[in-house]
Structure formats: structure tokens, C-alpha cells
Design a protein around this ligand. Structure first.
Ligand SMILES: [Zn+2]
Ligand SMILES: [Zn+2]
Length: 465
């Protein structure tokens, strides 16, 4: 059959999710030559092939794309003939308005979980294990395109072994921007509430578990911010946390090791289970079994549960083997703390910090969901679900920045026929929350190289928005 050259453009969540190596693998299967690259709208493929193979190639893309990817559109056209001798992944092409989706942060995948627990694996027990199919994304991104130098992983020089995986298109870690290992990646530090380092080389998790067993309150650095955690079976630790945080009755979220532990605490429907174990790992509000466990959510029979979503949580819960109160580390009505400096305001609340040296660039709270009549109801759209890119049924003539209201605020930017919605920001009743709000605007403007031509905001002049 006659060989022609085709261009395929794919938009959606197609960067930072293993899309190019997936296309590379397809090129080997269908014996086609050409190139694949990221651009500001998604992924561009140039193929030398015949019409029949092109058809098969397109079907394979639609049915087999990587687990974290989602496709909005696939368009293809024939172009003037160019000869290629091989198939190559080429450097990111930069042009025009950026509309590609930023991949959200998701939980550790099954393969990484297996490696994490395998004493033979070189990443055994490594609390930052990740691959193309899982882990941190949005919260470490400074800029698009999503390349390592545009994330807070740029401060970690890969070792030879990691580099080999990173550069092999057939490896699960090909261009997985956040990869590292015991030798080259981020590491844990345990410090007390005066900022003094606790000397427990490579034993930070074990020591943290001991401290939790003693009833201590720990500030734990997660994906999009810090949590305040304590043993959920220790009533006096919970009371102490409430007293120090001045939150006598607010329901506290609880992280459980696995779905079985969740089922011991609450009645869980199949739909709720599906959400709890999903890669987004939201907090799901469910019916508590023991209505007397009033110290977790006084006066309420519901409880917010979630499963570990980072390898660090996973290792901690594995060793602790009991549920963990995990509430966002923030001062009432202020945004979640994302660095040690902002956490200092809570020095009187926590006893120790289990910290690490991978910066959180974009703060992101936990998402909260509940199931009503078998339908999921989003209460707080944040980690795992945000930012989200939505398609408009029309094309905007101008670039629009839309500012949410004073309460439970979010922001959105509109470019062409897409709207990108920020994670939940919260109420704008304090200086820090307004600063956090502004930071979110700056982040989306920077990442999308966006300058608004129209700004939509609340008319109420006393509102900060
Ligand atoms: Zn993984
Ligand atoms: Zn390494």
C-alpha cells in the first residue's frame, strides 16, 4: 500500500501521563515511522503509514491509552510527504495558547506499591516511589510544558540508574518527571516543634510511628500540604489536638490503612468503596458504625474516611496499623500550610513534623465527596480532581478570568473553548486566604501563560473577590 504522511493531534490530559511512550510502543507494534511530541494543546504525532494501518493505530489509541490519560479530541489529516527512517520521541514543540490539561495528583499505583514492599527492589521502602502511572503532578508544577525542569524535582539530579529508566521509552518510568530513589531523590526529615532535627537516619517513619503510639501530634507533609495527624484510637491525643487547634467539635477526617479497616469503622456501599479505592483517593463521608466514637465527629453519625495516597502515607499506615486522624494543617479559615515557614504558626499544635525536601509549588487540599442515592456528590473539588479542564459549547472571543465569590471560593480561566477550574481555595476572610487566592490566580496565569482580557468578579464591594 502507498505510504503517506499523517498528522494526528490529541488534546486532553495527555502530558505527564505516559502518552508519548505509549505512542512509541504502538509505533513498534505497527512498524510505522515518524515522531511524537508534546505541544501546548496536547500531543502531536507525525506518521508515515498507509490508510489501513493509520485506522488501526487510531483505534489502538482510543482503546488502549494509559490509565491516567483522558482524551478530549483526536484529529488527523494528511500532510505533504516527509520521509522518516525510524520512530522518535522528539522535544516539546511550543506554540500558541496553552490548552493542555494539567494532570492532577493521584495515588500510588499497584506496581509501585508492590515495588515499595519488595525487599529485592532498589526502591524498597522509598517514600517517594512513583512512575508514569501514578503520583504527584499538579502540586509540583511551576510551568508547562510538564518537564522535570518545570517542577520542584528540578533540584534533584537523577542518579545513573534513574536516568536510564527515565530515558528508556519502553520503561514504566520513561519521562516520569518526579522519579528518584534512595540515592538521588527527595528525603524525609523529622524535626520537633522548635525546628530541631531529630537524629534518626533512615528511620524517620519508624520513629514517627513510635511517637504516634505515644499519643503525640505530628504535622505530616503530604502532596498538596501538611496534615495534623494523631492516633485515631487514642481519645486523649484527639482531645489534645482539638484543644490545641481550638476546634472542640469540628469533624476530623480519618485515614485508614485499607478498605477492610474502613469497613470496620463504617458501613460502606459498593459506590463508596469504589470512590475510596479510586486513584483520586478523596475523603468520602460515610455512615459510622460506632455512634459513640464521638471524639472524631461529635454529635454526627457520619465520618470522613480516606485511604493512603502517597507511598509515605502507605508506609506509615502499614507500620502503625490503626486509623489515623488526618486533618488539614491550617489555622481556622486560613489555607492549608504548604511549607515549614507557614507551618510555624501551628508550633503550639504539633509536637513533631515529618517533613521532606520536595517543595509543594501549588497547595491543594483533600477532596471531599459523599454518595447520595448512588450518585457521587462533590463537596470539595481539590486533590485528584483539580485543576480540571472543561469544554465549553462555544468559543470565547476573549481570555476570561472568573473570580469566585467570598465563600468556598475557586477561580477559573477561559481560553478558546476551554475553562480551567482551580482547586477549592476556601473562604476569603483572612489575609492569608486572600494571599493564597492571589497565588492560585498567579499560578494558573503563569502555567497557562495567560493574560486576562476580561475579568468577571462579584459586584459586592465588601467581598475580597
Ligand atoms: Zn506507579
Ligand atoms: Zn536514583
Amino acid at each position: 500500500m502507498e505510504l503517506c504522511t499523517y498528522k494526528i493531534n490529541i488534546s486532553g490530559t495527555v502530558q505527564g501521563v505516559g502518552f508519548r511512550p505509549f505512542i512509541y510502543a504502538l509505533s513498534q507494534r505497527y512498524l510505522v515511522t515518524g515522531t511524537v511530541s508534546n505541544n501546548s494543546n496536547g500531543v502531536e504525532i507525525i506518521l508515515n503509514t498507509d490508510t489501513l494501518t493509520l485506522k488501526q493505530f487510531l483505534i489502538a489509541i482510543e482503546y488502549e491509552y494509559p490509565p491516567l490519560a483522558s482524551i478530549d479530541t483526536i484529529q488527523h489529516c494528511e500532510m505533504s510527504y516527509v520521509k522518516f527512517d525510524s520512530f522518535e520521541i522528539i522535544k516539546t514543540q511550543d506554540s500558541g495558547n496553552i490548552t493542555v490539561n494539567i494532570p492532577p495528583d493521584v495515588s500510588i499505583c499497584e506496581q509501585c506499591e508492590k515495588e515499595l514492599l519488595d525487599p529485592e527492589n532498589r526502591r524498597y521502602g522509598y517514600p517517594f516511589i512513583t512512575c508514569t502511572h501514578c503520583g504527584v503532578r499538579y502540586s509540583i508544577i511551576y510551568d508547562l510544558p510538564y518537564d522535570r525542569e518545570h517542577t520542584s524535582m528540578k533540584f534533584f539530579q537523577m542518579c545513573k540508574l534513574c536516568e536510564k529508566e527515565y530515558n528508556n521509552p519502553l520503561d514504566r518510568r520513561y519521562h516520569a518527571q518526579p522519579i528518584g530513589c534512595h540515592d538521588c531523590g527527595p528525603e524525609l526529615h523529622l524535626v520537633d516543634n522548635k525546628g530541631i532535627k531529630v537524629e534518626v537516619v533512615k528511620n524517620e517513619i519508624k520513629k514517627t510511628v513510635e511517637l504516634l503510639n505515644e499519643g503525640k501530634i505530628i504535622a505530616l507533609k503530604g502532596l498538596g500540604g501538611y496534615h495534623l495527624v494523631c492516633d485515631a484510637t487514642n481519645k486523649s491525643a484527639i482531645q489534645e489536638l482539638r484543644k490545641r487547634k481550638k476546634r472542640p467539635t469540628k469533624p476530623l477526617a480519618v485515614m485508614v490503612r485499607d478498605i477492610n479497616m474502613a469497613k470496620r469503622l463504617a458501613t460502606i456501599s459498593p459506590k463508596e468503596e469504589e470512590l475510596l479505592v479510586s486513584q483520586e483517593r478523596p475523603i468520602v463521608i460515610v455512615q459510622m458504625k460506632d455512634k459513640h466514637a464521638s471524639d472524631i465527629s461529635p454529635g454526627i453519625s457520619k465520618i470522613g474516611l480516606f485511604l493512603p495516597y502517597t507511598p509515605l502515607h502507605f508506609l506509615l499506615l502499614e507500620k502503625l496499623n490503626c486509623p489515623l486522624v488526618a486533618t488539614s494543617a491550617n489555622i481556622t479559615d486560613e489555607p492549608i500550610c504548604t511549607n515549614l515557614e507557614s507551618l510555624e504558626k501551628l508550633q503550639n499544635v504539633y509536637d513533631y513534623v515529618l517533613d521532606h525536601n520536595r517543595d509543594i509549588v501549588n497547595g491543594c487540599d483533600d477532596s471531599v465527596l459523599m454518595v447520595v442515592k448512588e450518585q457521587q456528590v462533590m463537596i470539595r473539588r481539590a486533590r485528584g480532581y483539580a485543576p480540571i479542564s472543561l469544554e465549553l459549547p462555544f468559543t470565547l472571543k476573549e481570555k476570561v478570568l472568573a473570580l469566585g465569590a467570598n465563600q468556598k471560593s475557586t477561580i477559573a480561566i477561559g481560553i478558546e473553548n476551554r475553562v480551567i477550574l482551580s482547586p477549592h481555595i476556601g473562604d476569603l476572610d483572612s489575609i492569608s486566604s486572600v494571599e493564597y487566592y492571589e497565588k492560585n490566580i498567579e499560578s494558573l496565569e503563569r502555567i497557562y501563560k495567560f493574560l486576562p482580557e476580561v475579568i468577571a468578579h462579584d459586584k459586592e464591594s465588601r467581598y475580597s473577590s
